[in-house]
Design a protein around this ligand. Structure first.
Ligand code: SF4
Length: 335
């Protein structure tokens, strides 16, 4: 039985798809996965994955022509089953163009292009909603990544000379309104309390990382800006070295889950009830204490606060996050 999974959503969604991949690999053997070029390296080493096929839907493969070309390529593979966790028309059309005989998707996707449908649970964590595609019960498999010795060596090189306790800070998000504005203040507090700090993120987050390093400077502790300097798996290896990750509602949250690092997640315009919050016992979710009638204001978080005040994030003070870190005991556990 050869099966392919088509998952071209955001990076975090791809990490949250790894339990589904594990469930399917148990049933069919390692599966092939079609995903974005950005997410491909996350899955290339995963034990549930036989092969990753990159689909550059916004670049070289964009448009109807690119979709048909990839459809022909998938058709030549002779897959017997396609699992379609992403509910987009493009995903459904790709499996149909590839003439895969069994196409399994959710009822709220494009059921007339599928051969089998599954009901997507309206509630619960996204991991469990995706597992429903394989008829597996909630919490049957955790998100996982496999890091290579080279990934860990790259992380060790970036963190050379940085001792414990180490706190990773992920200040970025594609959506501006999801960015908590006080990471630099928190970094200063952490360093005064004796912690070292590493900033993780992409090339767009380099400025944030530099500000975090500057905030730690006067304390005499060590701070490293790894934003934009590492691959995704290498960044996951850095997070794996840390005692704790403080993050917005963004992909690093899920990377930390997959490598077993405790998380403090800061939610502003979105809420964990959407299904993308921390999943493990002991992880912490923080949001504004006072009820904000505007919150949540969109499924992903708008580029900026439509009301201008951004209280959903600004009202979470650095002192609140520092207290949550202290209360979690994470720094003492890995000290
Ligand atoms: S409208 Fe409300 S929930 Fe949305 S970004 Fe602004 S403060 Fe946050």
């Amino acid at each position: 039985m050869t099966a392919v999974v088509i998952q071209t959503a955001f990076l975090g969604d791809v990490v949250l798809t790894t339990p589904l991949l594990a469930a399917l690999a148990e049933r069919h053997g390692p599966v092939d996965v079609v995903t974005t070029p950005a997410a491909a390296p996350l899955l290339e080493t995963h034990p549930a994955v036989r092969r990753v096929i990159a689909y550059d839907k916004r670049g070289g493969d964009r448009g109807w022509r690119g979709l048909r070309r990839l459809g022909r390529r998938l058709a030549a593979e002779g897959y017997e089953r396609a699992y379609l966790p992403h509910r987009s028309l493009r995903t459904a059309a790709l499996a149909w163009l590839a003439r895969i005989p069994a196409r399994i998707g959710f009822t709220d996707g494009w059921p007339f292009l599928y051969t089998h449908t599954r009901r997507r649970p309206p509630d619960g964590h996204e991991v469990d909603r995706l597992l429903a595609l394989a008829d597996r019960p909630p919490a049957a498999y955790p998100p996982t990544l496999r890091l290579t010795p080279e990934d860990r060596a790259a992380a060790a090189a970036v963190l050379e000379g940085v001792g414990d306790p180490l706190v990773a800070l992920a200040p970025g998000s594609i959506w501006g309104s999801k960015r908590w504005p006080y990471f630099t203040q928190l970094a200063g507090r952490l360093s005064m309390a004796g912690a070292n700090v590493v900033a993780v993120g992409g090339a767009d987050d380099v400025g944030w990382g530099d500000a975090i390093v500057r905030a730690v400077g006067p304390s005499g502790r060590r701070a490293v800006n790894a934003c934009g300097a590492l691959t995704l798996r290498q960044s996951a290896a850095v997070i794996a070295r840390a005692a704790l990750l403080v993050t917005n509602d963004s992909a690093p949250l899920h990377l930390a889950t997959a490598v077993g690092t405790p998380v403090i997640a800061l939610f502003g315009p979105t809420v964990p009830e959407f299904g993308f919050g921390p999943i493990r016992d002991g992880d912490v979710t923080l949001g504004v204490v006072d009820r904000l009638p505007c919150r949540p204001c969109s499924p992903h978080g708008p580029p900026s606060c439509p009301l201008g005040h951004h209280r959903c994030m600004r009202d979470i003070g650095a002192d609140v996050v520092a207290a949550a870190i202290e209360e979690s005991g994470a720094l003492r556990r890995r000290n």
